[in-house]
Structure formats: C-alpha cells, structure tokens
Unconditional design. Structure first.
Length: 309
C-alpha cells in the first residue's frame, strides 16, 4: 500500500453538474471523507459538493445491520439524538473507533454504494492539532477496514486554505462546537500559534433558541435545537459592525405544527453576536472573548517576519 505524504498535492476538484454513482465515476476520482461533530460528509473529488451528509451519531443498543442505529435526517430536519452517542469529542477527535468505523463504513458502503475499495484513493481530513496516534488510526481504517489503494490524511485547515486558492493565511473554522484558528505558511500549519475556543455554531443556535422561547413561550415544544438550527441557517445573518444602522426585513418561519413565527431584525442578527462578543451578550454563560479577539491573538503569536503573510 502507498501512503501519500503530507507534501503531496491534494486531489484537484473538477466542476460537475451530476453526482457520480459507483458505476459512473472513474478510478481517478478520489473519495473525500470529512468528519466533524455536526456531520459526516463524503463524496468524490470530481464533484464540488458532498454526495452524502449524515449526522455522526450512533446507537449501540441496536445491533446487526439495522439502519436505525444511525441517526438519520428526514426532509432536511434531524431527529432528536435520544439514546444516541457521539463517538467524537468537542474537538473532533474520535473517542470510540469501533463506532466511528461503523459510521464511516455505513456512509461509504450503504449511502455511497461503494462495494470494492481496492482500486480507490481516499482523502480523509483530520482535525486541527490532532495527535499523531489519531492520524495513524485513520490510516489503519483506510487500509485495513476499507482496503483502499492509496490514502492521504489531510489537515482540515490546510484543505480550507487550498479551497480558497491560497497557500498562506489564517484559517478560522467556525465548527459546531469549537472555533479553530490556524495560521498556515506555504501550506504548512503553524501549530505553535494555533488556538481553539469553545464558541461556535451550536452556541449561536442555543442563543437564538433562548431568544425565540422568550418571545414565543407557547411555541417552546416546537423550538427544539434542531428546528432552531434550521431557522438559524435560513434567516440569521451577521452585520459588518456594531454601529451598523441598516435593517433587514422581518421574516416568517413555519414550525412543524404549521403555525408561523416572525423573526425581526434584532432576532435575525442578534443571535450571531455570541460569536463576536460572548462575554457581553451573555456574561453569565461565557467568560471568553469573541472570535475576532482570538484571531488577533493568533496572528500576534506568529513570528513577526511572517505576520504580513
């Protein structure tokens, strides 16, 4: 087996209007497997968007091939993960390799319908600041559990900056549970200056959920975290500065019980302030500074001669 080194160039993505199937894609099309605390994304490098996206939750009580052991999305909404386990910690490191292996194999074999990996290349992303043993287990999964031809384990931040057409800069990755800041110089992450903070997308969802329940207390049963997440994705926005005076129009959202709630400008933009000023928005819950302050700190931690890059 050939393990592609970290100096190898990542596979080139090619625009495509169709999703390849197990029979239509070519062997030169690399499988991409990207895992986070919110979702597992998989697809082919010849397609610009993931072919499948599934939640990374697992129910160990359901044995055998019962697909109910995996949390599913129905019509764009995610069911509550009751009795489901997340085999990752908040930083995206795998904590249960057996469960994670089942999830990955389900995504690739069942959802992507890949039956033979012997002629396949795979690129697996790993979290920022992941320890070496974590990477070694990813490689073991690729070769021993899947049986791929070639494997490349790639730093998520490096892939992000390549996707932006750059090789140097600072990647700020606002994930589900953590936001990571990684300065990259000519394709190499500078781990000594990297940082993370436990303020991320889920905090925005929870902040919006609190505000909506306060405004619509009778709708609380229909404002669970996953419904509010959809509301956030569709209607929330960030404005450019704290003194911004412009306003967006009020928008309505239909809840699962077919009733409608209205989100004015303060709700739509206010939820994202938890990212920028968490200790001001909710000092009882957050003691940390916002993402801009952390970004400045990361740049300042880099050697002076490379900060301009």
């Amino acid at each position: 087996h050939h393990l592609m080194s970290s100096t190898d160039h990542p596979p080139t993505s090619t625009a495509s209007n169709s999703i390849p199937t197990s029979t239509s894609h070519t062997t030169s099309s690399t499988i991409i497997l990207d895992t986070g605390t919110h979702s597992i994304k998989a697809g082919y490098s010849s397609v610009l968007t993931p072919q499948i996206i599934i939640p990374p939750y697992f129910n160990d009580d359901l044995k055998g091939n019962d697909v109910n052991k995996f949390l599913k999305r129905n019509n764009g909404t995610q069911q509550q993960p009751q009795n489901f386990e997340l085999p990752l910690n908040e930083n995206g490191y795998v904590t249960s390799w057996d469960k994670m292996t089942e999830l990955w194999k389900y995504a690739l074999e069942k959802d992507m319908k890949i039956s033979d990996f012997s002629d396949k290349n795979i690129l697996i992303t790993e979290p920022v600041l992941a320890p070496k043993p974590h990477r070694e287990k990813l490689v073991k999964f690729a070769f021993e559990n899947l049986g791929v031809k070639n494997c490349h384990v790639a730093n998520q931040a490096v892939m992000d900056i390549y996707a932006a057409g750059r090789i140097s800069g600072v990647v700020m990755d606002v994930g589900h549970k953590t936001t990571k800041f990684v300065p990259i110089l000519e394709g190499f992450p500078l781990q000594y200056a990297s940082d993370r903070v436990s303020i991320a997308g889920r905090n925005v969802t929870l902040h919006l959920q609190d505000a909506l329940i306060k405004r619509y207390p009778d709708k609380a049963p229909h404002l669970n975290e996953y419904i509010v997440e959809k509301i956030k994705e569709e209607l929330a926005y960030a404005y450019c500065s704290t003194w911004h005076q412009g306003k967006q129009a009020e928008k309505s959202y239909q809840l699962p019980d077919n009733t409608t709630i209205a989100l004015d400008d303060s709700l739509r933009k206010g939820s994202l302030e938890v990212l920028f000023s968490p200790n001001t928005v909710d000092p009882a819950r957050y003691e940390t500074y916002g993402i801009c302050a952390h970004l400045t700190r990361v740049v300042g931690a880099c050697e002076f001669s490379i900060r301009k890059d």
